[in-house]
Write a protein that binds this ligand. Structure first.
Ligand SMILES: [Zn+2]
Length: 233
């Protein structure tokens, strides 16, 4: 079932170490199929050298395995909550990429200081709160998804325009319309965290980008008036 979706997820998972985002198997990618309402996700703890597209597990939005011999990634319930709550996501990526994880451990939002950020994220990338002891001890991975959703709702952030989040003391999640874009957003987030660190070291009073520059850069790549790149390619 969903062979091309499995291949997309397989390829995207291999992309994580290639792009320098993860070591060992510290990451996972999933992709969602609108028609069936199922998503494909990396199996838990399988070495990338021995993984095949057939090892990719198919799950439903209640977090049940629909197809596959292996256990899905232990973060699978987080992915399920995000697909359920944020409409329009085609793929989700979780990594422990070092710069984004450094910001997550510091518990800091990532402000839009430049156009590298604004091309992909329309404003501040939020850092979600720690989970409570009760949340950790009940359904940890599901509650992780709930805390991400709570953060976007409470702060009035549109998850399609800001396709990523940091989890305090943990690491980032990013998403996108397909697996390639979700991985690309993870790469952009990693670069932006690194750039912000040095920018603020050089100038602790560095300004958040003025709205008119933020708007210009985001809108030329996204939405109905986008003009970046080539048409029909
Ligand atoms: Zn993690």
């Amino acid at each position: 079932m969903l062979e091309s979706l499995k291949k997309e997820v397989f390829d995207a998972n291999l992309e994580l170490p290639k792009r320098g985002l993860i070591k060992y198997t510290w990451g996972n990618v999933s992709a969602f199929d609108e028609e069936t309402g199922y998503f494909a996700i990396k199996p838990s703890g399988v070495d990338y050298e021995s993984m095949t597209p057939d090892d990719i597990v198919i799950c439903d939005l209640d977090g049940r395995v629909v197809e596959g011999d292996l256990n899905p990634s232990s973060d699978m319930p987080t992915h399920a909550v995000l697909y359920q709550s944020f409409k329009g996501l085609g793929s989700i990526v979780h990594t422990h990429s070092p710069w984004a994880t450094i910001w997550a451990q510091a518990g800091k939002d990532v402000d839009a200081l430049g156009t590298t950020h604004a091309d992909t994220f329309y404003g501040t990338i939020p850092c979600a709160r720690y989970l409570s002891e009760e949340e950790v001890n009940t359904e940890y991975e599901k509650e992780t998804g709930n805390v991400i959703v709570e953060t976007f709702h409470e702060r009035g952030i549109d998850p399609v325009s800001v396709p990523g989040v940091l989890l305090h003391g943990h690491a980032p999640f990013t998403w996108g319309s397909d697996a390639k874009k979700a991985v690309m957003n993870a790469v952009v987030l990693e670069e932006v965290c690194k750039m912000n660190y040095y920018t603020q070291a050089l100038n602790p009073n560095a300004h958040v980008l003025p709205d008119f520059i933020l708007d210009k850069h985001f809108e030329r790549k996204h939405g109905e008036n986008a003009y970046y790149g080539q048409k029909n390619r």
